[in-house]
Design a protein. Structure first.
Lengths: 482, 86
């Protein structure tokens, strides 16, 4: 592999490390209490960093490799589907909004589960159920992303998978462990910047290589007219199926713990307003253009079989090596910025939600500090070892990480904020219904094809809504005073 | 009720309404224009018309709406407890 491709990546890693050290300095000099500082960046995120950390946490390997690769195969129908993600840019912040940020401060909440705990009357079942879902599902999701990160470095540098994974693991671990949430958020901002620049460069290059948009469209039309319809290359993307992604990757994202926790981390409402604008623009820009690149690549390099390789192959073919290195730092940044957020979140669930709540409520500041560093390091090490040879169970659990968590958390969070009659029985019923029905329906859909021709996530989200409302009203109905 | 919650409820509602309008725009143009036979598509800047309106113009309009919201509609409130400087 060309050394010119590797140099921009090494530079990129150097910047990321620098931010880790800078954040750890801030951590030492902070006065706001270690936990709030380490797991929430002291609630000091400004608009730009808030927007970027939301976009970067949300945008993962699938936005840069899998998604564009699928667009390459299926055509414009898949870009239409990908554009349902633009809604996440404004929806999470507007809907959780100011009420979530105000209540989180009032409750002194550092994690999403802290919020649920106070809102649902210190219910131990709610806390442990929520913590277990977060730890199990996000742990699996994290492992899957690490595998992706290792594979990407492997394919770009020609190193052994184990070496590549090791480099990836060490890079992420160092800055997350020493710098905490602030390091995660600020590196996310840099990584988000890399993602935007990479997208722009590659878009321009691929349009030039394809001879302009009208020319590319003619080529696609000649190959298979269905590529430019909303229905996919074989005409099997139905309107109902594509629309159901509005739940999975659109409005449902509000229920993802890694997104919700960011909605309590900003400094003031001015930052939130800025983040709304920047987040919407950046999400839309990346999703639209990365998926367009996927399609435009088709006439430029026909016949690519493995979807994940479309973007690396195109970048290496049409760009000078050093520029390809910069562009290909984008998917790496996307993976890292997702992984780091999950790592700090799972660590916070173990330290804050389980250990301090139920095992040792009187732990000293020093003890908490050592434990936080220790747990984060240990988690990272376990994930590394698992990613070397991922067990079947993890791959299986990862299938539910996204939709399952949405179905579990969306109503306890959203209705917990806005509906006075929501109570702990509703929340417990909703979480269990969401996860169980998601897993059950997943198997049904695998065996018989999608029920009602929509994505698995939709029905469990509806069922968990019914469970939340009916259990809240039926058992111990009380009005909650915010 | 805390007066700040009034602001918050209104803005959450704005988020929901914007998402619904966004969905209708996205769906309407994509499947309204896109379900015609391919030969009848027209092209704008090289893109098929359904895609241009649904995804490109749709995104631009949403972005403009969010900018207007952030500038003129959403209100600044204090996130801290009233009278508590912590």
């Amino acid at each position: 592999m060309n050394i010119q491709v590797i140099i921009p990546m090494i530079l990129f890693l150097a910047i990321i490390f620098f931010i880790g050290f800078w954040s750890s300095k801030k951590l030492e000099s902070s006065t706001g209490g270690f936990l709030q500082e380490y797991f929430l960046g002291g609630r000091e995120l400004g608009g730009f960093v808030l927007a970027m950390t939301m976009v970067a946490t949300y945008g993962s390997a699938s936005s840069f490799l899998g998604g564009p690769g699928t667009a390459y195969t299926m055509g414009f129908g898949w870009v239409l589907l990908a554009m349902t993600q633009v809604v996440t840019g404004y929806f999470v912040l507007l809907v959780l909004g100011k009420k979530f940020a105000i209540l989180a401060r009032k409750y002194n909440a550092i994690t999403l589960i802290d919020f649920l705990k106070v809102r649902y009357g210190n219910s131990k079942v709610v806390v442990l159920l929520a913590a277990a879902s977060i730890i199990i599902f996000l742990f699996s999701a994290m492992t899957a992303q690490w595998v992706g990160g290792g594979r990407l470095i492997e394919s770009l540098t020609g190193m052994q998978y184990t070496t590549a994974l090791f480099i990836f693991a060490v890079s992420v671990l160092v800055y997350v462990v020493i710098g905490g949430f602030r390091a995660v958020a600020v590196t996310d901002a840099v990584q988000g910047g890399v993602m935007v620049i990479g997208t722009l460069v590659l878009l321009i290059a691929v349009i030039i290589a394809g001879g302009g948009v009208p020319n590319i469209m003619q080529d696609l039309l000649n190959e298979n007219p269905r590529l430019i319809t909303p229905y996919g290359n074989e005409g099997n993307l139905s309107a109902a199926y594509v629309s159901s992604f509005w739940i999975l990757v659109g409005v449902g994202v509000v229920g993802l713990p890694q997104m919700a926790v960011r909605a309590m981390s900003y400094k003031n409402t001015r930052s939130m307003h800025r983040a709304l604008v920047i987040g919407t623009l950046v999400t839309g820009f990346i999703m639209l253009n990365m998926h367009l690149i996927g399609i435009f690549a088709r006439p430029v390099i026909p016949g690519i079989e493995v979807a994940d390789t479309v973007i690396p192959l195109v970048a290496l073919k049409i760009l000078p090596a050093w520029l390809a290195g910069i562009v290909l730092a984008a998917p790496l940044a996307a993976i890292m910025s997702t992984v780091d957020s999950l790592l700090i979140l799972v660590s916070s669930s173990i330290v804050k939600d389980v250990y301090i709540n139920y095992i040792n409520p009187n732990a000293t500041e020093k003890k908490i500090k050592n434990l936080s560093f220790g747990v984060t390091t240990l988690l990272g090490t376990i994930v590394f070892l698992l990613a070397l040879n991922p067990p079947e169970l993890l791959i299986f659990l990862n299938l539910f990480a996204f939709g399952g968590l949405e179905a579990a958390f969306i109503w306890p969070v959203v209705l917990g904020l806005y509906w006075s009659y929501g109570n702990k029985y509703g929340a417990i019923a909703s979480m269990i219904t969401g996860i169980v029905s998601y897993i059950a329906l997943h198997f049904y859909n695998e065996a018989y094809g999608n029920l009602f021709d929509i994505h698995t996530v939709v029905i469990p989200v509806i069922l968990s809504l019914i469970a939340y409302v009916s259990f809240s009203l039926l058992i111990n109905k009380t009005k909650y005073i915010f | 009720m805390d007066p700040r919650f009034k602001v918050a409820h209104r803005e959450a509602l704005i988020g929901v309404v914007l998402a619904i309008v966004h969905f209708i725009w996205w769906f309407g143009f994509a499947y309204g224009l896109g379900s015609k036979p391919v030969e009848e598509y027209s092209y704008i800047f090289g893109f098929p018309d359904w895609f241009f309106y649904s995804c490109i113009i749709g995104f631009v309009l949403v972005a403009i709406t969010v900018i207007i919201l952030a500038k003129y509609v959403l209100k600044d409130v204090s996130l801290e407890e009233e009278g508590d400087e912590q």
